[in-house]
Design a binder for this molecule. Structure first.
Ligand SMILES: NC(=O)c1ccc[n+]([C@@H]2O[C@H](COP(=O)([O-])OP(=O)(O)OC[C@H]3O[C@@H](n4cnc5c(N)ncnc54)[C@H](O)[C@@H]3O)[C@@H](O)[C@H]2O)c1
Length: 354
């Protein structure tokens, strides 16, 4: 095991470790008063011999958006209180972003805050969400409406968990990784594009890509932990991507929707004169490798525009998005929602995904 990063958070400093023997670490955490919140799928595939499901402090959770709610979190709190959880107890989250969000939210409100440790098991959680302090819970069918900033005290990454992850979840993680690389103009972009198919087949190759992604994110999280200023550029591809996810009822996974979102942001940047055709084409060729197999339903174009205009990051009737002046040069832009710009967005989908 080695400590790869130490994040200097305003809330508390915490470390990311890479370890090939997470079973040993989990065993050591099996002491009184530790509660394990574990993704049911991960438990079945990796942990049924180690964490017995009948134990009162082992809670198996279905990782889906319907469980990322205040009611579900309160029901878990009720269960743990019945089983004598104390302020000195630790929560251990084992799973992807859903388990992370649930645990981190509970850990911030229970006893006004208790310690938690995270073993991320999806690529998205390992390369992105495990650092950055955010917890997000859905409310009244609005995704991620409630939340807190509450980082874990330790994060342990073991890429063996990725071996059982679906290809779609790997591609989702790759989309998020790409967006950090474009922010930084990392030379890992071309490396990842050339190794793309090998990574899908052999997930042990992915560790350096996770490390690069986390290093880039760490630097920004330490500058703007509460997402009020420069961290907002990490919304690159997300405004357009979120609306696509919602339009397809989440049939498109997050990271591949973001991949299309980045290409659309680049297309708008090209048409508004911020980048030239060659810059667009180079990025397009890289992004294309992670595009989903997808046809845009043109008869739902107005609904797509509505979803865009409702994005929670908008500050007025314009669409607040991130555009590019080239790799490594992202900026916040208020896209006026006039007929020209709407036509531009339509044109993008008609010529690429119709
Ligand atoms: N808090 C944050 O900073 C943050 C950032 C990004 C996303 N998120 C949230 O994360 C969630 C998405 O998380 P995610 O993409 O990590 O996936 P997830 O937690 O939704 O899990 C996806 C699927 O993979 C399964 N799974 C998890 N690990 C596995 C493994 N090792 N092998 C086989 N199956 C496994 C799960 O059971 C589930 O079926 C969303 O709710 C999103 O809002 C949070």
């Amino acid at each position: 095991m080695f400590e790869y990063l130490k994040i200097q958070s305003i809330l508390r400093s915490y470390s990311v470790y890479f370890s090939g023997d997470t079973d040993q670490l989990i065993s050591e955490l099996k002491v009184n008063n530790t509660f394990f919140l574990v993704d049911r799928n991960v438990h079945e595939k990796f942990l049924s011999g180690l964490l017995h499901a009948e134990l009162k402090n082992v809670i198996l959770i279905e990782a889906n958006e319907l469980n990322k709610t205040p009611d579900f979190c309160l029901s878990l709190i009720e269960l743990m209180v019945e089983n004598n959880i104390k302020k000195s107890s630790k929560l251990v989250a084992i799973g992807g972003g859903v388990i992370q969000d649930i645990t981190s939210f509970i850990a911030s409100i229970l006893f006004r805050g208790i310690d938690w440790i995270f073993f991320p098991t999806t690529l998205l959680a390992q390369a992105d969400s495990c650092i950055g302090s955010k917890s997000s819970i859905n409310f009244n069918l609005v995704k991620n409406l409630l939340g807190t900033f509450n980082p874990p005290s330790e994060i342990y990454i073991n890429t063996k968990f990725l071996n059982t992850l679906s290809e779609s979840d790997i591609k989702s993680g790759i989309g998020e990784i790409f967006h950090y690389y474009y922010y930084k103009n990392s030379d890992y972009i071309s490396r990842m594009v050339s190794e793309y198919h090998r990574i899908l087949a052999d997930r042990s190759l992915i560790e350096p890509y996770i490390q690069e992604s986390l290093s880039i994110k760490k630097e920004m999280v330490e500058r703007d932990e509460f997402d009020k200023g420069p961290r907002r550029v990490f919304n690159y591809g997300h405004t357009f991507g979120h609306a696509l996810e919602a339009l397809t009822d989440y049939y498109l996974n997050h990271g591949q929707a973001v991949t299309i979102g980045m290409d659309l942001a680049n297309f708008i940047s090209l048409n508004l004169g911020f980048i030239n055709q060659l810059q667009y084409d180079v990025m397009r060729k890289e992004l294309e490798i992670n595009f989903p197999n997808f046809r845009f339903p043109l008869d739902s174009f107005d609904k797509y525009l509505q979803l865009l205009s409702k994005d929670k990051k908008n500050t007025n009737e314009n669409v607040t998005c991130i555009l590019t002046k080239g790799k490594g040069d992202l900026f916040l832009y208020e896209l006026v929602f006039n007929e020209n710009n709407k036509a531009l967005v339509r044109n993008y989908f008609t010529s690429n995904f119709a």
